[in-house]
Design a protein around this ligand. Structure first.
Ligand code: GLU
Length: 373
């Protein structure tokens, strides 16, 4: 079974490869990776690179001996280093005649539907033109990666954004290691490897294995297989795509969610919670819209169009886009259909989250992961 799954990686046409600061710190790494990525392209695949490493390079550029402690200086190092980072990729791809294109993104860019689509169109055009997009977080305006090592999560979003059929997270270990230090070759459910995760021990890169596994969880839920593989291996990517037993491969989970629903469930940051009773939770699990009658409470601060969590008696069970802001939802809580107009003080459908904007993420007892709908 696992051989067959690995052999299928050979068919991957669009691949997102993420590499972290720590992996790029070794001499010759840029050239070695560019060579492998170029061979992937020569085999007819499109390659999108998500690369950290700006702060590490910016530190040298600005003559800082240690990693700065304060955020503005970290951002300064990232800004100075970003130019050096792209230049390093450019030089590495030059012998292969491959143009690279810098793309700086933030989480917020991808939560805005228009900007998300703009980014998708630009990336499609770059790939059609034969360039390798080199994506990093725009650290001047967003600091998630500096704080949390979030380029792993950005890479998972980029995999969805670009419709990739494989996400590879490169790191300086063989893959996920179990308690005995032995590589886990295949993961069907991330819960299998969660007990093996430990925090990173140095200050060069961030995120560590836990962040990679979380990114793997997100991308596999979108139906994208994810490999955590060794950046040190001379032909690691080539071996992985040839179906060899290297790295840790996470199998895609369940049915693919349509892209918009994935965006609602995993890209947007919820601005509040709408609490519902058991009857409403059951109706939502059957893909009904969220109506006022089953609402028992509301928290947070959200406007119409913002993402919210729907919390039932057993915890969070759905995410969606609210059609009303928090004050109106509070006014509507528990209202029967004929009471809606009086509660709002104006006419309205009373639909708080329409079923088309709703993604059920947990179907009550025993269920744990998103279900498409
Ligand atoms: N995006 C930053 C970089 O490329 C952040 C990584 C870090 O905090 O070290 O360097």
């Amino acid at each position: 079974m696992s051989d067959r799954i690995r052999a299928a990686l050979h068919e991957a046409r669009r691949v997102v490869v993420k590499v972290g600061s720590r992996s790029l710190a070794s001499p010759g790494r840029f050239a070695a990776l560019a060579g492998q990525l170029d061979r992937m392209r020569a085999a007819g695949r499109s390659v999108v690179l998500v690369s950290s490493g700006a702060i590490a390079l910016g530190r040298e550029r600005l003559g800082l001996d240690a990693r700065p402690k304060d955020m503005p200086r970290l951002q300064a190092a990232a800004a100075a280093g970003q130019a050096a980072l792209v230049r390093a990729w450019e030089e590495a791809f030059e012998p292969h005649g491959v143009p690279v294109a810098q793309v700086l993104l933030t989480h917020a860019d991808l939560t805005d539907r228009d900007r998300y689509l703009n980014a998708r169109h630009a990336l499609d055009a770059l790939l059609d033109l034969g360039a390798v997009p080199v994506i990093n977080e725009n650290d001047t305006v967003a600091v998630d990666e500096i704080r949390f090592g979030d380029n792993d999560q950005l890479a998972a979003m980029v995999a969805t954004l670009t419709g990739a059929d494989l996400l590879v997270l490169l790191t300086d270990v063989e893959g996920v290691l179990d308690d005995a230090g032995v590589r886990v070759p295949l993961v069907r459910d991330v819960a299998e490897v969660e007990p093996f995760l430990r925090a990173p021990t140095d200050d060069v890169g961030l995120g560590g294995m836990a962040s990679k596994v979380e990114a793997a969880r997100r991308a596999t839920l979108r139906g994208v297989p994810v490999a955590i593989a060794d950046a040190r291996a001379a032909e690691g990517l080539t071996a992985l795509l040839a179906g060899e037993d290297v790295g840790t491969l996470f199998l895609p989970q369940g049915a693919k969610l349509p892209s918009r629903k994935h965006w609602i469930a995993y890209t947007l940051r919820p601005r509040g919670d709408v609490l519902v009773d058991a009857g409403a939770a059951r109706a939502l699990a059957r893909h009904a819209s969220l109506l006022p009658a089953g609402i028992v409470g509301v928290r947070g601060d959200f406007q119409p169009g913002d993402a919210i969590r729907v919390v039932g008696p057993e915890g969070e069970m759905a995410r969606g886009l609210a059609r009303y802001g928090v004050l109106d939802v509070a006014r509507l809580a528990g209202a029967k259909r004929h009471e809606i107009e009086a509660r709002l003080g104006r006419a309205g459908s009373g639909v708080v989250v329409h079923r088309d904007d709703l993604v059920v993420v947990r179907r009550g007892e025993g269920g744990s992961e998103p279900v498409s709908g």
